[in-house]
Design a protein around this ligand. Structure first.
Ligand SMILES: [Zn+2]
Length: 408
């Protein structure tokens, strides 16, 4: 068993584990039920020698839920393979499958993947994809000014709207929310096409396409053909090569609204990234209307958060924050994690004449960043400070997401 107090879940599972093979069906059901109860997005089940480690991904963070030293381990993995109609005798090759919702009493089908490791077979069960939940623009948690800017931009006839942030930062959720808003506002009068990898969510009234790089149907190839399909709004899952970027930019400049994601550490960094892809500065400078950089941070559990006192929690914090910063504790409400739910940190860079001039001169990211701030952009750093000052999240959580160098 893991250290600390034994939860009713752990106690019950230990009991089932002692039941050996007989208990394995109930054991697997109980793990799924507990993951659903806690709101986990994924379950990881992995043997480490004679012990079985069960972890749940909660609000984007993988946390241990259970560790059991018994004979059960292999049986549990097999049980999930049976549920997902995978080949139980084949344990040396990765497999993928699906568990129909009614088999495990889940609200939706579960995606299962098994993988051979040196310690035995591991399974990961996806309960839901937090990136593709039905969320409306006003539910994203954006500051009102940023939300209004986004609403304005998606009603534009042309130009590019780019979202940036690491994997799992909610970019796709934002795109789908923006699309829903756009569809609602236009009453279906705009021809919306998407090129995605993969299509995660079906949207009524939208022409959605999935790329298949294996067969040559790449983002760029799809886009070139789609341009002949008379599109008005084009959603590109991700810009990761020059050709895709170039087609997107040109579409944005010729009366199409383009919405996409691109990898960069900050909103200003997106321009540098585009130039690194060998996009002509004039294209990047004139096509991009708005860049939104975002991060998701966990919210402190309001029931158990307490003022931060420990030295490592307070390190680097300003006088002002010292008295206001809070830290995670843990209670039954938050399943002892100290956190419940997440909030978004966002910086929105609206393109303007001074930004355009700097991009044309290939200015450094930092220069563009400072110019954007002097023209009203609230940087991620400031959004983070505010979240800490309000006790919404902890300095430890901010450092986990923004990097260890973060200082308040
Ligand atoms: Zn709590």
């Amino acid at each position: 068993m893991s250290d600390g107090p034994v939860t009713p879940f752990e106690a019950r599972l230990c009991e089932l584990a002692e039941g050996g093979v007989e208990g394995v069906v109930d054991f697997a059901d109980a793990v799924v039920a507990e993951a659903i109860r806690r709101g986990a997005s994924d379950i990881h089940i992995e043997p480490f020698g004679a012990t079985l480690l069960v972890r749940f991904r909660l609000d984007g963070v993988l946390l241990p839920a259970l560790q059991i030293p018994t004979q059960v381990p292999t049986n549990v993995v097999s049980r999930f393979k049976v549920l997902a109609d995978l080949l139980t005798y084949q344990s040396d090759m990765p497999q993928e499958g699906r568990i129909p919702r009614d088999r495990v009493n889940a609200p939706a089908d579960l995606r299962v993947s098994s993988f051979p490791t040196v310690r035995g077979e591991k399974v990961v069960i996806r309960l839901f994809d937090p990136e593709t939940q039905d969320v409306k623009l006003e539910e994203l948690g954006y500051p009102p000014a940023v939300r209004e800017e986004l609403e304005r931009q998606v009603q534009n006839p042309g130009g590019i709207l780019l979202l940036t942030g690491p994997a799992g930062s909610g970019k796709t959720t934002t795109i789908y929310a923006a699309l829903r808003y756009l569809l609602e506002k236009s009453g279906g009068a705009r021809h919306v096409v998407t090129v995605e990898d993969p299509v995660e969510r079906m949207l009524p009234g939208v022409t959605q396409t999935q790329v298949h790089p294996g067969t040559g149907l790449t983002f760029a190839r799809c886009l070139r053909s789609l341009m002949r399909q008379d599109p008005e709004v084009i959603v590109i899952g991700e810009i990761r090569d020059r050709e895709t970027a170039e087609i997107g930019m040109e579409a944005g400049l010729t009366g199409h609204l383009v919405i996409s994601t691109i990898h960069s550490g900050s909103a200003a960094g997106v321009f540098t990234r585009l130039l690194e892809m060998k996009i002509e500065p004039y294209l990047a400078a004139s096509a991009v209307n708005l860049v939104v950089a975002q991060r998701l941070v966990r919210r402190l559990c309001e029931k158990c958060r307490r003022p931060a006192r420990a030295r490592e929690e307070l390190l680097g914090l300003s006088e002002e924050l010292l008295g206001r910063a809070h830290t995670a504790a843990g209670c039954d409400q938050c399943f002892n994690t100290g956190y419940r739910g997440r909030t978004v940190l966002v910086e929105a860079l609206r393109n303007s004449k001074p930004i355009r001039e700097e991009v044309l001169q290939r200015a450094a990211t930092e220069t563009i960043h400072l110019t954007a701030i002097s023209h009203g952009m609230r940087p991620l750093q400031e959004a983070a400070l505010e979240a800490v000052a309000q006790g919404v999240t902890s300095p430890v959580e901010i450092r986990r997401v923004l990097g260890q160098d973060w200082n308040g």
